[in-house]
Design a protein around this ligand. Structure first.
Ligand code: M6R
Length: 611
């Protein structure tokens, strides 16, 4: 949801900024732009669309005198994806430039005030008001830092800002509230960015700005002040994200690489948390008594994380016997939650920066609930509101479509469900040990599925003409069906829905004809297996094109389904971990066949930092 970067130093400023923006590309690709502090003054270059368009504009030009610069990658909120709305924005007198991530909620009233003073606006963005306000404050302020501070105190909403001014060459001022901003110190200069990948290979130490803090960054000094203008002292942490960590390692796309990383991630998590003595969840700061007294678990999440939580509900209720309510964070935050005593609230977020999920956990913390954050980024904003944190340990996920983080979130829910069951003595020892053993076998079974990816690729070839898709399942795999449908929609732009199979006849069945593929996730041994078979028969009777993902060896299925994707047999409760992989691959191959931009699907951003 927009990303910003800034650099001051003796390195190649344009290259460093462009590499920085590349590391932030997952945050949006509606436009990209940079502003450079050069000997002749400030130079702004921007382009609509992906970063490569900006790089093309920059190529062949001489920027050797640029000792500082700021850059932006945009996911449009206020105003379309046009050149005039692209950042950096420039003040009316041309002396100040600014890039911004976030939304300024009171931009209309600030704009009106500035217009009354004679300022003219050229863009439709909320951002432009900030750069004009800084220009206004500079009439009285002694430095851009003071002007940014005064401006910041007038803003409502979320922002991470980077500002340069022609009268203060070689300096960048950055500020933040409710949007991430990290400052990095390197051998050849200092940086600021919305996220760590922007600084990979460039800096060795980092610090995180807190809300309403400002930093003045020059080549050899980083000065941080708070909203009252007092100097704040912070300790740098070592940072060593090698640029290779962000490479595709020979895969055609990050998505395919990340799908293939899944067995290793689950194996690592099991090694860390599961031993012969059972599950030890070091990140969960609840006493045995707290766990025994839990009356309910509430989970707030969005998108793929919401689907992982949906599976988590089945797991925890089934294994630990605790009621779990799962809700989109965007709804959870606008509803009353009368109980908070003995309630565990879980916020699930790969990025840890999703605005709705952060609001949900912040509210829960204010109500006095114990908050657990499940996130892939233990340095992210969600952690600030959490009493307990469990990391996904999936490594940086670059592809906008979440795959390995979903599997890692599922793994956390298995571990959590087993841990709660063990602490509450909700399951007998044998049953616990059997489930744990079956879980230990899953990584190898996932590898088997990946080794048979060709079956799924052939299926994708066959169904690439479909304009709609329906995924059905029962029980815990309803989450798998919904996640499979989301994956297909977001990267191939094919309309897809995931339904509980029993719901098919209550409406969606009207959509079925010989053009509609219906994919059933059928796990033998489940109490609903026969019912799901009947639902599939009903779809077949309407001439739908029938696909099954199953571990069943039952040859009868060949009469019912046109295509069968087989996965290894696991207990039904564990099958979301295996059944999901063919669905990720199906979405991937369909998108690839249709020539879609797999890693950067249109209109999406990986980190949704606005409500
Ligand atoms: O970072 P989060 O897990 O909070 O993100 C939530 C959703 O925005 C995210 O899962 C989104 O749905 C992905 N594009 C799914 O692939």
């Amino acid at each position: 949801m927009c990303g910003i970067v800034g650099y001051v130093g003796s390195g190649e400023t344009v290259k460093i900024l462009c590499r920085g923006l590349k590391g932030l590309e997952y945050r949006g690709y509606d436009s990209a732009g940079i502003a450079l502090s050069e000997r002749k003054g400030i130079n702004v270059v921007k382009a609509v669309g992906k970063l490569e368009n900006l790089e093309q504009k920059l190529s062949g030009q001489d920027f050797s005198t640029a000792g500082a610069g700021i850059g932006h990658i945009r996911w449009a909120t206020h105003g379309g994806a046009t050149l005039k709305n692209a950042h950096p924005h420039v003040s009316e007198d041309g002396r100040t430039v600014l890039v911004h991530n976030g939304i300024i909620e009171n931009y209309k009233e600030l704009k009106q005030n500035l217009q009354n003073k004679g300022y003219h606006f050229v863009s439709e963005t909320d951002t432009e008001v900030v750069v004009q306000q800084i220009e206004e404050e500079l009439k009285e302020a002694a430095s851009p830092t003071e002007a940014v501070l005064k401006t910041m105190n007038k803003l409502r909403g979320a922002f991470a800002l980077a500002v340069m001014n022609t009268d203060f060459p070689g300096k960048i001022v950055v500020a933040k509230r409710n949007a991430p901003l990290i400052i990095g110190q390197g051998k050849n200069g200092n940086m600021a960015a919305s996220d760590l990948p922007a600084m990979a290979g460039e800096v060795e130490r980092v610090i995180y700005l807190d809300d309403d803090e400002l930093a003045e960054i020059s080549e050899d000094e980083i000065k941080i002040v708070n909203a009252a203008g007092q100097v704040v002292s912070k300790t740098f942490k070592p940072f060593n994200l090698a640029p290779e960590m962000l490479s595709k390692r020979g895969f055609a796309h990050f998505m395919l690489k990340e799908i293939n990383e899944q067995p290793g991630i689950v194996r690592r998590m099991l090694q860390k948390y599961l031993s012969e003595k059972g599950v030890q969840l070091s990140g969960l700061n609840l006493s045995w008594e707290d766990i025994r007294n839990l009356t309910k678990i509430e989970v707030a999440a969005c998108g793929t994380s919401l689907h992982a939580a949906t599976a988590g509900k089945y797991l925890i209720e089934d294994l630990a016997g605790i009621t779990v309510e799962v809700e989109p964070a965007s709804e959870y935050i606008y509803r009353k939650h009368p109980e908070s005593r003995n309630v565990l609230v879980i916020g699930v977020s790969q990025s840890g920066e999703t605005a709705d999920t952060i609001t949900a956990v912040r509210q829960a913390k204010e109500r006095g609930a114990h908050v657990l954050a499940v996130t892939n980024r233990e340095d992210s904003s969600i952690v600030r509101y959490a009493d307990s944190v469990i990391g996904l340990e999936a490594g940086i996920e670059v592809s906008v479509a979440a795959t390995k983080s979903y599997t890692a979130q599922l793994a956390v829910f298995y571990l959590l469900a087993l841990y709660l069951a063990q602490e509450r003595q909700a399951l007998d020892e044998d049953c616990l040990r059997q489930t744990e053993q079956a879980l230990q076998a899953v990584p190898s079974q996932m590898e088997e599925i990946l080794a048979n990816a060709a079956v799924v690729r052939r299926c994708a070839e066959k169904y690439q003409d479909a304009r709609d898709f329906i995924y059905v399942a029962r029980g815990v795999n309803i989450a798998t069906a919904m996640e499979g449908a989301l994956k297909l929609k977001e990267i191939s732009y094919i309309n897809a829905s995931g339904y509980p199979a029993g719901e098919l006849k209550h409406g969606p069945i009207a959509l079925l004809d010989e053009k509609m593929p219906v994919l059933s996730i059928l796990m033998p041994g489940s109490q609903n297996y026969d019912k799901l078979l009947s639902n599939s028969q009903e779809a077949k009777a309407r001439q739908a094109r029938m696909i099954a993902v199953t571990s069943s060896a039952d040859r009868q299925l060949e009469n019912l389904f046109d295509d069968i994707i087989r996965v290894p047999q696991v207990p039904e409760l564990l099958s979301p971990l295996t059944a999901n992989i063919p669905l990720q691959l199906l979405a991937y191959y369909m998108a690839e066949k249709l020539g879609r931009d797999v890693d950067k699907p249109r209109n999406l951003a990986k980190s949704v930092t606005v409500e």
